[in-house]
Design a protein around this ligand. Sequence first.
Ligand code: COI
Length: 354
Amino acid sequence: MIDTLDISIQKVSESKINQVDFDNIPFGRIYSDHMFIADYKDGEWSDFRIEPYADLSMAPASSVIHYGQSVFEGLKAYKNKDGKTTVFRPDQNAKRLNKSAERMCIPEVPEDLFMSGLTELLKLDEAWIPSKAGTALYIRPFVFAMDDYIGIKASDTYRFMIITCPVGGYYSEPVKVKIETEYTRAAEGGTGYAKAAGNYAGSLYPARLAQQKGYHQLIWTDAKEHKYIEESGTMNVMFVIGDTLITPETGSTILNGITRNSVLTIARDWGMKVEERRVSVDEVVKAAQDGNLKEAFGAGTAATIAHIKLIHHNGTDYELPAVENREFSNKVLKELDDIKAGHSEDKHNWLFTI
Ligand code: COI
């Protein structure tokens, strides 16, 4: 627990905001003016500060570079219809960051440190929140090991940082995905549920192979038999088969997505049949063949609701129904946007207002 959170603030002498074309925002390439930093040493977090966004200086032997002791989060800030800054479910990100941290032997980041750093940073950089439909200020909190030591052990020193960037959509079009049956993202007992940097590094090569064949992303399957659907790496996956919303249950191999949870909650509020359970590849393929696979989509902070327009499995491409005819995923995307903007009631108290 942090008793008093004294954050020192060093502002930029001149904002970069006028250099940004807010009508044309790529994902993850433009950063706002400031960043939040806290350091961990001697068993506690201290030295809370906001500085101009800038390169870091670190030892070449920093353990994060060699052994990947690093976890992160992703969440978004919006301007609501009254012009107030709101953040979507940041408490959930703070909790998940610590679940990931525990798995990677990283010390807990107290929730009030997470929330205070976020709040002060957003107060300073709120002009960076874009307003066009489908845009947001993406917030990236992360923690990494700082020891200048090349032996294998959990680091004694860490840095917690928050950076933000205005973003548009992560995928610019409905995605084509390949069900991966050779490579594995995560195995039982591994780190799959954690938002650990290494999970993403390990996914790059198989994703590249799929991209070379024209697919945007993979759908990972279980490590043992490649029989059950897991997640997509950048997002959780969901299917509407017949009239039921079906998604793989989370466990040690699947990230417990906050957008995933929000979609399931809204679907249940609407009285839709929802199943969180093991989903076999055969079930999805058969539903696609029989015309029962009405919708497939990814759910994630960056991806929001990403329609899946084609699924590849074992040499066959399965085309899915036209995106404009997808009742549930279009409606749930609109509902999420409406809640964030204040047009729909925030009945689960998901919005944190700055
Ligand atoms: C997010 O959705 O926030 C993520 O961290 C996924 C990443 C692909 C950007």
